[in-house]
Design a binder for this molecule. Structure first.
Ligand code: CA
Length: 230
């Protein structure tokens, strides 16, 4: 079973969505707890810490962002936000507050399960010592610092290499502009979005077969980038 019986806590006030999530996740082999308010969610997480939290940002009793921040004071496992369309600023804020990812309502079960797999895989992999990463035709030997596309070695500048390996380390997860700028250029450059655009374009020209229709470096409009995980 892909889900390994992981325990998911759903914090969502809309009952139809909660029911839908409960049924779909149980059907995929997850164990599910559900609550309708932020306060109950925080209590439930403490009483029986889940492997993943799914949280709606629009809750009746507390701001979902506050629930997320309070959870992140101690909770280390993945948190995925359920958010409405056209709430890019809210999504960026949630990611800055420690959410791992988001799905935009209305979402499909397939999409949610894919996000869960990525989040769980990522949290299980922390500390592993894989030195070669392969995604599609792309191969990165992290120990030797060699990048190959279709078995052909390509040359990256140090910044391009750092940008690529930062994204690969978080493959499948959405990464905000600010996160990438901080990781690659350092904290003083966290507002310089144009650096990032220029280097992403350069990296796409080198690793993508068609830079206009990227297969690896996907744009998350208004938020950042996501490196394809498979
Ligand atoms: Ca809601």
């Amino acid at each position: 079973m892909e889900s390994g019986g992981y325990h998911i806590l759903v914090i969502e006030d809309e009952q139809p969505i909660r029911r839908f999530l409960h049924a779909s996740l149980e059907n995929a082999g997850y164990r599910v707890s559900e609550v309708a308010t932020g306060a109950e969610g925080l209590r439930a997480a403490v009483n029986q810490p889940p492997d993943v939290v799914l949280i709606d940002l629009g809750l009746p009793d507390m701001d979902g962002q506050e629930v997320l921040q309070r959870l992140r004071e101690w909770y280390r496992s993945p948190v995925i936000v359920l958010s409405a369309r056209d709430q890019e600023a809210q999504k960026v804020l949630a990611l800055d507050h420690g959410a791992d990812d988001y799905v935009t309502k209305p979402f499909s079960v397939g999409e949610l399960l894919a996000r869960l797999r990525v989040a769980l895989r990522h949290s299980q992999r922390v500390g592993s010592e894989e030195t070669t990463v392969r995604i599609g035709d792309l191969e990165v030997d992290l120990a030797a610092r060699i990048v190959r596309v279709d078995d052909t070695q390509i040359h990256l500048t140090p910044i391009e290499y750092k940008l690529l390996t930062t994204m690969i380390k978080h493959a499948g997860k959405v990464l905000t502009h600010r996160f990438l700028l901080r990781e690659v250029w350092g904290p003083q450059n966290s507002q310089e979005n144009h650096y990032l655009r220029v280097f992403i374009a350069g990296l796409r020209r080198k690793i993508e077969a068609n830079a206009a229709r990227p297969r690896y470096i996907l744009t998350e409009q208004g938020i950042g980038y996501r490196f394809a995980s498979e």
